[in-house]
Design a binder for this molecule. Structure first.
Ligand code: ADP
Ligand code: 5SP
Length: 466
């Protein structure tokens, strides 16, 4: 029985699963928290990975391992392979102006969408590189290589060979802003435009290409971005939408054709199998529920009960959930807002309902945008920590206007990475067939008035204090 390990180095935690390569059966698992903040020393991810791996029984008996991870984070390395500065994460918005400048310099959104399938926003690595060049020229000058969180952890698992041994995959490379999913090539001219010069970037491996071994001999898979890994873990097929409610809210669709949205709403990423993964991502998802629960002094179970006890539309109370600024829509300096407060809606139940509905309205807008890329929607699968909320599961089909399929709570990103590792071991054109997770189907009568009310007020938000 060969074992494979899959890692999810996500925003809030590192999760590891060890599975049987043939049957996919779960053998062991572990997890460890990540530090708070939108700027993180990559050493903290490695420490969390070591903890999570130790809990999961280590890699000694594991034949192959792959890492899925939060996308876009900028990890800068110097000529000795040392980290130049803490990594800026996907949800760090200080690069918003850099994104606007880059978009304008190339002639607008269409030019970027045609070049690399996306239009810069603060989240993408290319914007962060421009920010670095302008705000920290000394750090920019020391930077010899740039990679992503999952690339860096894979390289550390390989024993930190030379910078030339850095590897990545299509899925995560497509979130940099300097790699084209349509051509499969880097656009080093765009990296140079951002940083002022070119640097070493990871080699982009094929979906089942080995990227070296650990010192103990486990084969390293290419790894991928967390959303591509989740699609692989769920065995999503063309037309399947994965709606993930983690730190980010993500709506992605597996597609056989690349997407290029000149408005920048949809990012035309690649997936981890050779297909494409057009996607929208919000900065505000499960933490909106965390914050509302904190505000009300309740736990998640009680927040859910309260939300379900209030009527659809929360009596007109609308929570615009831009607590961390927002990426989709592109409102990096915005804050959250509460509209429609009356004596009748000023209670915990209405607020809880408004929080759930507000977060789902943002994702419903995202689902419309992703569906408009042209791939017909086959089904909508909902995962992530937020999907553990009964209120989210029951209210989602009403707000989204479609049935929502919910697999059992699980670590689908880590599972996808494990499945990739098994694919690297087995070889072949397609990933090994593992049993697909069953799903619970949630259906509800659509409530269009909830989205209409949200659309009326979603732009009425104050800017953040600087
Ligand atoms: N029952 C629940 N109801 C609502 N939110 C939950 C629940 N359980 C966990 N969460 C939230 O889900 C988030 C973690 O989800 P996860 O998908 O693991 O995020 P990430 O991948 O971004 O680290 C946390 O913000 C956590 O508080
Ligand atoms: O920015 C994106 C995708 O474009 C996010 O999906 C990040 O990849 C973080 O994911 P979570 O940690 O919230 O799962």
């Amino acid at each position: 029985m060969a074992l494979v390990a899959g890692v999810d180095t996500s925003t809030q935690a590192c999760k590891v699963v060890v599975r049987d390569a043939g049957s996919g059966a779960l053998v062991r698992e572990g997890r460890a928290p990540h530090p708070e903040g939108t700027e993180v020393d990559p050493a903290a991810w490695e420490a969390a990975l070591r903890d999570a791996l130790a809990q999961a029984g280590g890699l000694d008996d594991v034949a192959a391992v792959a890492v899925g991870g939060q996308q876009h984070g900028m990890v800068c390395l110097d000529a000795d392979g040392e980290v130049v500065r803490p990594a800026l994460l996907w949800n760090d918005t200080r690069s918003a102006q850099a994104a606007r400048d880059l978009t304008e310099e190339l002639g607008g959104g269409r030019a970027w969408a045609e070049a690399v399938g996306l239009v810069p926003v603060a989240s993408f690595t290319v914007s962060k590189l421009r920010w670095l060049a302008e705000a920290e020229p000394e750090n920019a000058a020391r930077t010899t290589a740039v990679c992503l969180p999952h690339d860096w952890l894979t390289w550390r698992l390989a024993g930190t060979p030379s910078l030339g041994a850095l590897v990545t995959d299509r899925g995560d490379a497509s979130g940099t802003g300097y790699w084209s999913p349509a051509t499969g090539e880097y656009r080093m001219d765009l990296l140079e435009r951002a940083l002022g010069r070119t640097v070493v970037v990871p080699r982009v491996l094929g979906p089942a290409e080995a990227g070296g071994t650990t010192p103990g001999g486990a084969v390293l898979g290419p790894g991928t971005g967390d959303n591509a890994a989740a699609a692989l873990g769920l065995a999503a097929e063309p037309g399947d939408v994965v709606l993930s409610i983690g730190t980010s809210g993500v709506v992605s669709i597996v597609s056989t054709t690349p997407a290029a949205d000149p408005t920048g709403t949809v990012a035309g990423f690649a997936d981890a199998t050779g297909n494409f993964l057009p996607l929208i991502a919000t900065l505000n998802a499960a933490r909106v529920l965390d914050a509302t629960a904190r505000l009300l002094g309740v736990d998640h179970a009680e927040l859910s009960r309260l939300a379900l006890s209030a009527p659809p539309g929360a009596g007109g109370l609308v929570l615009v959930p831009y607590l961390e600024g927002e990426r989709t829509p592109d409102r990096p300096t915005s804050t959250g807002a509460l509209h429609g407060l009356t004596l009748g809606t000023a209670d915990p139940a209405h607020l809880a309902r408004a929080a759930v509905e507000g977060l789902l309205c943002g994702l419903a807008d995202g689902l419309d945008a992703v569906a408009a890329t042209g791939t017909p929607v086959r089904r909508v699968l909902m995962v992530g920590g937020g999907a553990r909320s009964e209120a989210v599961r029951r209210i989602a089909p009403a707000v989204l206007g479609v049935p929502v399929l919910v697999p059992p709570p699980g670590e689908y990103v880590a599972d996808g990475a494990a499945r990739q590792a098994a694919w690297v071991l087995a070889g072949g054109d397609t990933a090994p067939e593992w049993p697909r997770p069953g799903t619970e189907v949630h259906e509800a009568d659509p409530v269009p008035h909830v989205r209409e009310r949200y659309a009326e007020v979603r732009d009425l938000t104050a800017d953040r204090l600087q």
